[in-house]
Write a protein that binds this ligand. Structure first.
Ligand code: FE2
Length: 287
């Protein structure tokens, strides 16, 4: 029997009473998927999983999708990656994903879900993840703004272009030619119907958006700025503090998220480490 409790009103849900090291019963899994689509993200605390168990759980959310950046893929599980402030060699720091974005929205078929599993958290806190409720942000737009953005498509690139707005990530240099070849850009409706439920979300005005189809850059940047400033108000956002064993999943079609900046780890006490996997398309039971 699953036990649920709210996170921030209807935004987010905490789920207890399930051990994900065993494949959940199909009826329980359906309940988890339905909670996911209803509340946009969930946290299931207290899990103890190996890579295979985590991967198996993630496959319920859609088709596995390896990250475009080759070096972040796990060797044994290329669909998965490790998020950490534990740096290789003498690298001192990384910005990571400490900016508001939507996973893989620089691809025409963007991530639909991202699932994270916390293995290590800094003893003194830090490394939280922020989520924004893009359903609510859309619902609260004025009817004039809803009319203005109807049918408009934002242009997204991972590594090209310039950050148009304060707080955006700058051009992200892609090291490999095959990565550059894949960064051909994508366009997505700003008022985008959810692929499963049809509810409209404001889709990714910040982060990798580099313009709007058919609009002058100056006007597009101004509009994207205005939409991002609206959507990222504290009333639409939630900050998750990780505990070891948390499994978190967010619906990429109705949320944005941002890591928070963390210095490079000096040892186990200040290390943050999570497994991450993204999926595309609908959860299997709705595909
Ligand atoms: Fe992300």
């Amino acid at each position: 029997m699953l036990k649920t409790s709210p996170v921030k009103g209807s935004f987010g849900v905490r789920i207890e009473g399930v051990d994900l090291s065993q494949p959940p019963d199909p009826s329980v899994m359906k309940e988890i998927i339905d909670l996911f689509y209803e509340h946009q993200f969930f946290v299931i605390p207290g899990q103890s999983l190996n890579k295979e168990q985590f991967h198996t759980f993630c496959l319920h959310f859609g088709l596995p999708h390896a990250h475009m950046i080759r070096k972040v893929r796990m060797e044994d599980y290329p669909d998965m990656m490790v998020l950490t402030n534990k740096m290789k060699g003498d690298a001192k720091k990384t910005q990571g994903s400490a900016y508001w974005h939507t996973d893989e929205c620089w691809e025409q078929d963007p991530a639909s879900a991202t699932i994270l599993y916390s293995l290590e958290t800094p003893e003194n806190g830090g490394g939280d993840t922020m989520f924004a409720n893009m359903f609510q942000a859309y619902d609260d737009l004025s009817s004039e703004m809803k009319n203005r953005i109807k049918g408009l498509k934002a242009i997204h690139y991972f590594g090209k272009g310039v950050a148009g707005r304060d707080g955006d990530y700058g051009p992200n240099p892609l090291e490999l030619q095959e990565e550059r070849d894949e960064d051909i850009g994508a366009t997505h409706l700003l008022a985008r119907p959810h692929p499963v439920t049809g509810r409209i979300a404001l889709y990714s005005p910040a982060g990798t958006s580099r313009g709007i189809v058919g609009m002058e850059d100056s006007e597009a940047n101004e509009l994207l700025n205005e939409l991002a400033a609206h959507a990222l108000q504290p009333k639409y956002t939630y900050r998750h503090k990780w505990s070891v064993g948390d499994v978190e999943a967010h619906d990429c079609s109705s949320t944005m998220h941002a890591a928070t900046f963390l210095e490079a780890a000096t040892g186990p006490k200040d290390t943050r480490r999570l497994y991450r996997m993204s999926t595309k398309g609908k959860a299997g039971i709705y595909a």
